[in-house]
Ligand binder design. Structure first.
Ligand SMILES: Cc1cc2nc3c(=O)[nH]c(=O)nc-3n(C[C@H](O)[C@H](O)[C@H](O)COP(=O)(O)OP(=O)(O)OC[C@H]3O[C@@H](n4cnc5c(N)ncnc54)[C@H](O)[C@@H]3O)c2cc1C
Length: 296
């Protein structure tokens, strides 16, 4: 309660702050309010920064994603960037998994095919597919026709490969053409995780130099992560000056560029059916057990 004291000199009442108990009473209350507000602020900030971003994929139902950018990479391959619902949304695709896309062929018939995004959940607000379009391919037709602004139906995650940090000391990777996409995604996931020390050796087969997808990024991994990532390119139609492999991936190439058979290594492969079969035969002949091999 306010205490008023009479001022004898001036003949009117004034407040005597020395004797007023109000400030003494208010001080602990104000401190209490300030502490409560600070705790509330810290809690709100903690929840905001630690809350799991909303994932967009649904394994059972197709969802529509808008194509926002299409970049031609070579004569038959393009990179498609799709927007997620908000700039902070994440796709929700664990490393090593792929999505399933639905489109229509030239007869208007529905076609569904798997694709592995080259982006990770650390890329917020969008995801990207690198797609090779075959002249007679049904889904290739759908992608060839897609314009910026169009929507693509996508569901997932899908796939048998469940990557866990430390599951292998070293990976050997045998990729052909667009078979690079799961290898690229896994490599990014491993190299961008400071806690993951897995070593990767990639052999990447293509027809011509222009067919090598994501070459700039792969060469960047090799120079930025020496001792962790190596890449050996193999071309069936190499240019005149070429210091990579020539022809198809051979047993000798695997023996000199991939880790030797051991219980804590794995050799992953992804390419056209003919290549996958040839690689399985090479690996088995070199002594890699079925547990040491995985086909995407
Ligand atoms: C797990 C997984 C992930 C994949 N990720 C990607 C990816 O990120 N990007 C990508 O472009 N593709 C990827 N693919 C391949 C993709 O799913 C389709 O198979 C491919 O796009 C061709 O589909 P399509 O309907 O156009 O051809 P289809 O109608 O199925 O085939 C028609 C013709 O196209 C040609 N053709 C099709 N596929 C191949 C091939 N692999 N090699 C040589 N000729 C072929 C053949 O001439 C074939 O007769 C992935 C496949 C799997 C299994």
């Amino acid at each position: 309660m306010l205490k008023l004291a009479q001022n004898s000199t001036y003949g009117f009442f004034k407040m005597d702050f020395i004797q007023l108990p109000i400030t003494e009473n208010l001080q602990p209350k104000l401190v209490g309010i300030a502490v409560a507000l600070a705790v509330l602020g810290i809690t709100v900030a903690y929840i905001y920064f630690h809350k799991k971003p909303k994932v967009c994929l649904d394994p059972k139902n197709f969802k529509e994603f808008q194509l926002v950018q299409r970049t031609q990479l070579n004569h038959n391959t393009a990179k498609f960037r799709f927007a997620l619902p908000t700039p902070t949304s994440v796709l929700g695709l664990p490393v090593g998994k792929h999505v399933v896309c639905r489109g229509r062929d030239w007869f208007g018939e529905e076609v569904v095919r798997p694709y592995t995004p080259v982006t990770l959940d650390s890329d917020v607000g969008y995801f990207e597919l690198v797609v090779k379009m075959y002249p007679k391919g049904r889904m290739s037709h759908h992608f060839r026709e897609m314009q910026e602004g169009d929507y693509l139906s996508v569901k997932g995650p899908k796939g048998r490969f469940n990557y866990k940090r430390g599951q292998a000391r070293e990976f050997g990777m045998l990729a052909g053409g667009t078979g690079i996409t799961p290898m690229f995604q896994l490599t990014r996931g491993i190299l961008e995780n400071p806690k993951d020390k897995t070593i990767i050796h990639l052999i990447f087969a293509n027809v011509t130099l222009q067919d090598i997808l994501l070459k700039e990024e792969l060469d960047g991994f090799a120079s930025n992560f020496p001792g962790r990532f190596t890449v050996y390119y193999v071309l069936s139609q190499p240019p005149a000056a070429w210091n990579g492999g020539v022809g198809h991936i051979s047993k000798e190439m695997i023996a000199s560029h991939c880790p030797a058979p051991a219980p804590d290594i794995q050799i992953l492969r992804c390419g056209p059916p003919g290549m996958n079969k040839a690689m399985a035969d090479h690996l088995t002949a070199l002594g890699y057990t079925s547990k040491m091999q995985f086909e995407f």
